[in-house]
Design a protein around this ligand. Structure first.
Ligand SMILES: *Cc1c(COP(=O)(O)O)cnc(C)c1O
Length: 364
């Protein structure tokens, strides 16, 4: 048996007629850029996620850069970023001209450890970017408390967390700005790159909108230098087709995660914990084991495709201080980079595939 890590063919099968229809529609209208479907999606997304205003943009990486620029973060500023996350979170701080200052993750949910934030705050610290990694909510009460005490801005990186809840409230509604990615494999994915920035502050939302579009809201307006970071009309239409299905995608991921948690019984492997102060959207289901490489090879030999998210924590990458941070400064991120293995967890996974993966993980 072969089990893929994700199967976007199956994912799109039920939508193929609708997708072909919206592509044809756009071909006929030729409104490839800034079509009315963009605004439709922005409104629908805000509404379904309980967010303020949504500004569609080109991808989740640009979304972070646009957020930093909107908050006037640049040269001389420091921004707190979790030590383990996708590269974009740290790299965009550097691209904005500021310095990413890494904070270790906490061991249970692999998100920024609130207890380790304050030790990194200096007079130059301007913002914190909590990342709801794997679809796990960060401890937003603790983070907002620290941010308020030190007058720091908060940008929530929700690229892996569409539908994640913290204390019955959707993530992305706590900080000044939330950023999302609609990369094809994310919980809500387009047919290529796409992203969004969201804010409940109308003035800030206008700034975000201008920054994503050459500094203006309409043709000829250029109030400040901005990016060309727009979502394509076709992508907005596809995302609008999928948005009503997001809840069912997430509940399937949750069901699979629960089955894994209940049925994986291998002393050498630890399964993720259920979070009792929120609801996980399980973008990734991440095992931990001291025998990670062997487990990955064993599962691959048995036709099961797994992924390591991520092999090298940010402080140890050449992209940041040439990777010269000592491992002891980020012990949890360092330990986990060598232990984590994401196993298949996608909405279209069959019962048969699920029990096969469980069997193989248990027989390792
Ligand atoms: C995917 C991702 C991003 C970047 O999104 P893109 O759309 O791929 O640019 C940023 N942060 C995190 C945590 C991600 O997982």
């Amino acid at each position: 048996m072969k089990v893929p890590f994700n199967d976007l063919n199956r994912h799109h099968e039920v939508l193929i007629d609708d997708i072909q229809r919206v592509v044809t529609e756009t071909l006929i209208r030729c409104d490839f850029i800034r079509g009315s479907a963009i605004q439709d999606f922005e409104i629908e997304f805000s509404k379904s996620m309980g967010l303020g205003e949504t500004i569609a943009c080109a991808n989740g990486t640009d979304a972070i850069l646009i957020a930093l620029k909107a908050l006037d973060i640049g040269v001389g500023d420091e921004v707190l970023v979790p030590a383990q996350t996708w590269i974009s979170t740290g790299a965009m701080v550097s691209m904005a001209g500021a310095k990413p200052v890494f904070v270790d993750i906490e061991p249970t949910f692999s998100v920024i450890d609130p207890q380790k934030i304050e030790q990194h705050i200096t007079p130059n610290t301007k913002a914190i970017i909590p990342v709801h990694l794997y679809g796990n909510p960060c401890d937003m009460d603790a983070i907002m408390q620290i941010a308020n005490n030190h007058k720091l801005k908060v940008i929530e990186d929700c690229a892996q967390a569409h539908g994640t809840m913290y204390k019955n409230r959707p993530v992305g509604t706590f900080g000044e700005i939330a950023t999302f990615s609609f990369y094809p494999g994310k919980n809500l994915g387009a047919l290529g790159d796409a992203g969004a920035v969201c804010s409940a502050d109308h003035d800030l939302a206008l700034r975000l909108r201008r920054l994503a579009n050459h500094g203006g809201l309409f043709k000829g307006e250029h109030l400040y230098p901005g990016l060309n970071s727009r979502m394509d009309t076709i992508q907005a239409k596809v995302l609008s087709l999928k948005l009503p299905l997001l809840k069912s995608y997430i509940s399937k991921r949750q069901k699979i995660a629960l089955t894994y948690i209940n049925q994986i019984k291998n002393q050498k492997i630890s399964v993720p914990k259920i979070c009792h102060f929120g609801e996980q959207s399980w973008h990734l289901f991440v095992l931990q084991t001291n025998f990670r490489d062997n487990l990955q090879a064993y599962l691959a030999d048995n036709g099961i495709e797994c992924v390591v998210n991520y092999k090298t924590a940010l402080p140890f990458l050449p992209a940041f201080s040439n990777g010269t941070y000592p491992s002891r400064s980020y012990p949890v991120a360092f330990e986990q980079q060598n232990r984590v293995l994401s196993i298949p967890n996608f909405p279209e996974m069959t019962e048969l595939e699920l029990s096969y993966v469980i069997d193989k993980v248990n027989s390792f």
